[in-house]
Design a protein. Sequence first.
Length: 574
Amino acid sequence: MFNSELQLGQILVLEGKLDADDLELALREHHKSGERLGTILIKMGLVTEEDVLRALAQQLQLPFVRLSEVQIPKEVIEKIPAKIVSHYSLVPLEQSNGTLRVAVSDPLDVHTLDDLRLVLKMEIEPVVAPRKDIEEAIKRYYGIGADTVEELMQEQGNETTIEVDRTIEDIDEMAEDASIVRFVNQIIAEAISDRATDIHVEPFEQELRIRYRIDGMLYEAAIPPSIKRFQSAIISRIKIMADMNIAERRLPQDGKIKVRVQDRDYDLRVSTLPTPYGESISIRILSRDSDLISLDRLGLDEYHLKILRRMIQKPHGIIFVTGPTGSGKSTTLYAALTEINTVDKKILTVEDPIEYRIPGVTQVQVNPQIDLTFARVLRTMLRQDPDVIMVGETRDPETAQAAIRAALTGHLVFSTLHTNDAAGAVSRLLDMGIEPFLVASSVEGLIAQRLVRVLCPDCKVSFTPSPEVLNRLRVNKLDTTDAKFMRPAGCEKCRYTGFRGRTAIYEIIKVTEDLKQMIVARRPSNEIKQAAIANGMRTIREDGWLKVRAGLTTIDEVLRVTMEDEFGGVVYDE
């Protein structure tokens, strides 16, 4: 055994992956503990798992494969049941002449290979692959929780009818089945592992589709097709976890789930919607352990950061952050509150829901069922002697009136609006019936934002775009000096999407005296925007262009979240 381990170490040294002195230390530890040399080297941080497996494959004269680069035929996947694949952590690759080739991460585990030969009654030929590759391949080819679904199929026998006619009692009983519980847990854990912000469980006539929203884009999760049979039980299990009424399938419901995954706490906001084929479920994932982001990490450059910091230090007035759902408005508001959260300021918030807790800030969640609305809480807040108030969303004229009244009575107010662009917030307030002079005298700043995906730093590659590609952005006076144009490539760390994480692009309007006069005169939003541009405002597309030049994102990403308007600015592409 010692000679075998020595040979593995020598291969690593010859390959330049390991220093001879480090090998000597690791061999002494191996001799003392009896633990495998490869495991010791990985624990000591001297080599990676892939380094060890490549050396081991060379030592045993076995092929080493990257499963992400291999396309496995469907008929080969069907040779080994999901239960065996998951239990032994292996993947079948190909079959020929009565021999099945399988990828394993531990080729020294001869017991697994012998068991496989007995179960499948054929010769087994191993190849070496990293454990992570094998786990990803199992999910890709068999689906998430495939072994669990296989157990359910065996428990339910061979019936092929979809369970739409079961009684509530039957479904309730199935929803508590250990396999259903395990499958739902696997779906949630997989979403959190993939950095998803939302899970969508969508029933259709012939299938149950599960999708994750990652970095703002939806990706379909690989699940076994047979899961449609257990649709009602899965949906009921989620509703039980969210403390909903599982007997009520005709009306929308909302609920919450608290889960703990890998020592982190998460709040899941669950919403159901009745459809002809069953209830569609949307789950928003919020981490309770997330550190509040600071203004410096929002994606603001020095120009915008200076403007925003000046705005949030004002003693009174209202600042609106605009953009569609999922554009990061709440994150910007939380970052602004964190920046000014000092012991000499009393900060109150009214939200629906409270997404993140801020130490030192009094936060209130609305509850329409008991008439605890934004407007009602706001009126009460003014009697609490606050310095700063945050209104989660200005949805109606009553809330808008209360927020502006608070701004006019000496309070600094933050809020959000769903509008196309920053200047559109003025039109929206006027449409709500707010008098123009009230808007002009209370609003200090208007911020519009969208989120663009950030290129994966581990795999992005440089390229030179053609003039036609650059022209697609249509921002005035494109400056390509010192530009670092990058495009996505795809790797393991970004799940082969080419992107990892998101950043914001902004436009910020400072409401100057000129703009106040235009607001009082009820000038249209496009004229207000033109005046703001003349005063130095940078449009969202222009801000996106700067991030393209810096190699952070791509031209296509900026085009995806913005569109050009008739005078060269941008509006949101809803």
